[in-house]
Design a protein around this ligand. Sequence first.
Ligand SMILES: NC(=O)c1ccc[n+]([C@@H]2O[C@H](COP(=O)([O-])OP(=O)(O)OC[C@H]3O[C@@H](n4cnc5c(N)ncnc54)[C@H](OP(=O)(O)O)[C@@H]3O)[C@@H](O)[C@H]2O)c1
Length: 317
Amino acid sequence: MCDGSVTSPAGYPAVSAHREVEENEEEMSDEKTKDLKDAAPDVPWHVLRDGNRIPQLGFGTYPMDDAEAETLIPEAVWRGYRLIDTAVNYGNERGVGQGVRYSHVPREELFLTSKLPGRDHGTDSVRRSLEGTLERLGTDYLDLYLIHWPNPVQDRYVQTWQTMLEAREEGLVRSVGVSNFLPEHLQRLERESGEMPVVNQVELHPQYQQEALRRFHEEHRILTEAWSPLGRKTDLLQSEWLEEIARKHGRSPAQVVLRWHVQSGIVPIPKSSNTQRMAENIDVFDWELTDAQMERLRMMHTGISGSGFDPSVHEEM
Ligand SMILES: NC(=O)c1ccc[n+]([C@@H]2O[C@H](COP(=O)([O-])OP(=O)(O)OC[C@H]3O[C@@H](n4cnc5c(N)ncnc54)[C@H](OP(=O)(O)O)[C@@H]3O)[C@@H](O)[C@H]2O)c1
């Protein structure tokens, strides 16, 4: 039977489901996490077209399961991550929500994103899907709600978008956006609803720079968020050019890539299940790449996607 209390990952203090933290638990949490919190960088925030703010770098959670997310999210939050990216299709929203509560960082200081799957496109189905997401995360609202893929063959992304705008009016989500949308999909949303998304989360890294799409985003004040920002499923991090630049800064190739994103105005959401790499990935805000190094990274574009997914035909359910 559930008494409202929650067991915690090994070594972490327990916290009640309603976040009524006992004083002694708070102290224990402070003790265990103080060093991490003290060393955590302050991630700056962008302002979106709708006036809301979004951290300039976030934490990816695919392919973590509930148990892994529950343990790693507090670590990520203590190390300075504020934006946590999940999706119905990752199957880890419950673990993410639990991890957020274990972190003891107030909900309003965090930025939670989730994504609506293809099977829930439509009108009533959107509402049901969103309610499920909020229940699993244990929160009253999302900071950002995305349509995961446009699924153009199914062709229900416009109704889906309109229902998401209604959910925003009701305060269930603060900002609404999309993922994996092409300019033709974005233009259709504007034509039929009068409103473009504030964020488009797409596959993007130095070998796959999406320059035309980014120009379109800039013209319409859509913020570009990058998934697979480190080029998962590519040989990006083995590049000699990257290693050479990294050596000059006393940094790792992954840090150079993430600094390139941040310096380009792109919000990367790297995933790591390793606490050392988690710390490394967020440490990209107090140093800079030179113009020549940015140009060298620009020249790494091959146009080859790591995932191979083409949003004009891919149907994700
Ligand atoms: N909207 C979409 O359709 C979509 C699609 C895919 C992903 N996403 C989101 O985007 C997030 C990130 O994308 P991703 O997970 O595909 O790719 P990614 O973040 O580019 O790469 C993750 C991989 O890189 C490794 N890694 C992390 N930090 C590293 C470092 N400093 N040095 C070397 N290797 C490192 C990780 O291993 P370790 O864990 O062992 O460190 C993992 O294998 C996902 O977690 C998810 O939230 C969205």
